[in-house]
Design a protein around this ligand. Sequence first.
Ligand code: ATP
Ligand code: MG
Ligand code: FE
Length: 351
Amino acid sequence: MRVLGLETTCDETAAAVVELGPDGGGRILSNEVFSQIAEHAAYGGVVPEIAARAHVEVLDRLVARALADAKVEMAEIDGIAAAAGPGLIGGVIVGLTTAKALALVAGKPLIAVNHLEAHALTARLTDGLAFPYLLLLASGGHTQLVAVRGVGDYVRLGTTIDDAIGEAFDKTAKMLGLPYPGGPEVERQAAHGNPDRFALPRPMIGRPKPDFSLSGLKTAVRLEAERIAPLSATDVADLCASFQAAIVDVVVDRTRAALRSFRDRAGHPTALVVAGGVAANQAIRRGLQRLATESGLKLVTPPAALCTDNGAMIAWAGLERLRLGLTDDLTAPARARWPLDTTAEPVNGRA
Ligand code: ATP
Ligand code: MG
Ligand code: FE
């Protein structure tokens, strides 16, 4: 069984072919990604209109390349999957409509995949994980702690009430005059900064419900920066290091709280999985590794190319659904919002 997957919900245009192996695991036959970061860098963030236009320009070429790289013809594909949301609606429409056209012309089933579900199931593609497991999804647009109990069976244990973790990194970087995307840049600066110089808050720590709130932390960095302005290179590095240390403490504490509520909702997890662009951060990984060790769990971090937005995760989620007979018809809606816990429910219009 082989599925072609399309991803266009944000600033990556991607197409991939994934095959179901004889052992029940997945094999990535091709994985094409076009990153639009350069197009958006001048604006310090993703511009939805520019993103949608760029998806239109490159998607058909990427699909052709994904098939060519995989050395398969359309006739050898068993299903066409696209991320149908959540995301920037213009881009979602480009990918979903392309998938519908391909499905119609080639006479293949369509699978409308929830982008968050694709992130959630990636660890099964990379590590063959069994259900249930705890997922921390941390990217520029999402911060969620999810009990992954089965395909289409997700319990969102906690989320952010304001900024996403990646967004907090990006906004802090911008404030300190660092280039976009800010996450990797803040991490680089933090590597030679003093994490104890600024006493920044650790919002939400100790609360039983594993939610996040990060806008106050970002404001605290701004106030410190204003207090000591003009900033020297050392000041910037120390602010980044102090900010990152606060984020690590928050992430570890919130994930620990999620592990506690996980046991009531889903039993004993097989692993702790961290995905999303923020999973690239080594300090956060080290913090989560300590937590996993203390909890007797395996920490699973899929490779960066499969943690950030990509087509292989959409193809894999499509494959997981297709083999359970979960396909969609051509009326499947593009959805700007689509909470993960409603993925299993029938879709009547917008979520
Ligand atoms: P979505 O939220 O829809 O998945 P996205 O494009 O924001 O879309 P990703 O591409 O997965 O998500 O991740 C990008 C985010 O990850 C950015 O906010 C970026 O700053 C952050 N990020 C990347 N590398 C690091 C790092 N080393 N440390 C911290 N944050 C990072
Ligand atoms: Mg991205
Ligand atoms: Fe994503």
